[in-house]
Design a protein around this ligand. Structure first.
Ligand code: GDP
Ligand code: MN
Length: 400
């Protein structure tokens, strides 16, 4: 998971890395309040999970409150390289004397950690590496060696920090390393790590993290309470959020046929079959979601899955495609009937079974004689039937 700058800053601050005062804001009113807190001049920065914001017009300096509001009104509706801006960071503007770049990332090929750094920071490191490859230093941290203040100092010296900055740079490197380890990150990048202050006053000069990019290892989410604190309040899809709470693999799409299956491959083929049927029938009907219920296709899991899929108001029919393995299709059939009964009804379901007790499962469903539960022998047949039912429902909706 990639973090927004305002979230990444929080993790740096928790380690004691200096950052400018800043407040996240989502409308003009909040921007005005934020300016009050951070003071003037300030920078208004688009919050998107993509770099090169400066070049795209997503970072603007404001000297007055009016300028700050105007800048935010220009930035808030923007999309940068296809990413919708989720808000702005109103940050204290600093006088930049010099810009360094430092990052720590996982290096899968050498099975250790890469520290990438250059004294010529500011712009994207890829550009610097292209234009001045000699100025970009690549060092390594071995997972088994201790990375302490001595190691960090040696590193700061070899990275090319100016002599006066080495001690503070070493402290920051050490804190970045702790930030990386403690948060199970795959990337911690500061660009620019800026030397700021009054050029005529030596004692005012100090290093400060003006921009941060952090990616977290999704496989470690369980060790961090699922990173709930970083959930995107604005953009999180409510269906996906609910599915995640139940541990289901669900992806929200924007079609009309809900799809539930067991096994990622089977569900993917089911999506293709639905899209194919929609095209063939000339209706443009598409799948509404991907939902893999995994191995344990129990009645409870089926009930929860149906609940989530049917709570999407765009869903007009549901294609259930299950390959019976450990769980027999007969048990899945019972689960479907229980789930439909518990819901007190359902949109039309089309069920296709294969594998363990497939025939028994289908005959259980057929015997139940529920007008909303249809059975099909093949995947194509089921997809085609589900697509046709959805198209009819859409048509009669439009006629009304
Ligand atoms: P990015 O383009 O997405 O990497 O966004 P940054 O936050 O790195 O901002 C881009 C550039 O804006 C930086 O490299 C700086 O040159 C400039 N910038 C950002 N914050 C400040 C600030 O507080 N003062 C000044 N003078 N420039 C800033
Ligand atoms: Mn940057």
């Amino acid at each position: 998971m990639d973090l927004y700058e305002y979230q990444a800053r929080t993790l740096l601050e928790e380690q004691g890395i200096p950052t400018p005062k800043a407040v996240f804001a989502q409308n003009s009113h909040e921007v005005a309040e934020a300016v009050e807190t951070v003071g003037l001049p300030c920078v208004i920065k688009a919050q998107v999970k993509i770099g090169h914001r400066g070049q795209a017009g997503g970072v603007k300096l404001a000297k007055t409150l009016d300028e700050a509001i105007l800048a935010s009104e220009a930035i808030l509706p923007m999309s940068i390289h296809g990413h919708k801006v989720s808000g702005v960071l109103v940050a204290e503007a600093k006088n930049i004397l010099h810009e360094y770049y430092v990052s720590i990332s996982v290096d899968r090929s050498s099975r250790d950690y890469d520290v990438l750094a250059t004294a010529a920071g500011g712009t994207e490191v890829e550009e610097i590496a292209r234009e001045h490859p000699e100025s970009v230093k690549r060092l390594h941290i071995n997972a088994l060696d201790e990375f302490d203040i001595e190691a960090a100092t040696r590193m700061a010296e070899s990275i090319g920090f100016y002599h006066a900055d080495v001690d503070q740079a070493a402290q920051i490197l050490l804190k970045m390393w702790r930030c990386f380890k403690e948060n199970d990150a795959t990337l911690v990048e500061i660009n620019p790590l800026a030397k700021i202050g009054d050029p005529d006053d030596e004692s005012s000069k100090t290093l400060c993290a003006l921009d941060a990019k952090i990616s977290l290892d999704d496989n470690a989410a369980f060790r961090h309470d699922g990173w709930k604190r970083f959930e995107d309040a604005v953009q999180a899809d409510p269906f996906e959020q609910r599915a995640r709470e139940y541990g289901l693999h669900y992806v929200h799409l924007d079609g009309e046929v809900g799809v539930i299956g067991n096994g990622a491959g089977l569900v993917m083929s089911s999506l293709d079959a639905v899209s194919g049927a929609g095209e063939e029938q000339g209706t443009g009907i598409k799948p509404a979601n991907f939902l893999d219920i995994g191995g344990g296709a129990s009645a409870q899991v089926m009930a929860t899955s149906l609940d989530i899929v049917l709570s999407d108001p765009q869903v007009e029919s549901v294609f259930i495609n299950v390959y019976g393995g450990l769980t027999s299709c007969e048990q899945v059939a019972e689960g479907i009937l229980e789930a439909v009964a518990a819901r007190g009804g359902s949109k039309p379901l089309v069920v296709r079974f294969d594998g363990n007790a497939a025939d028994e499962g289908l005959s259980t469903l057929a015997k139940a004689n529920n007008p909303n539960v249809h059975v099909a022998q093949t995947m194509e047949e089921a997809a085609s039937q589900a697509a046709r039912i959805a198209a009819e429902a859409v048509q009669s909706k439009e006629a009304r």
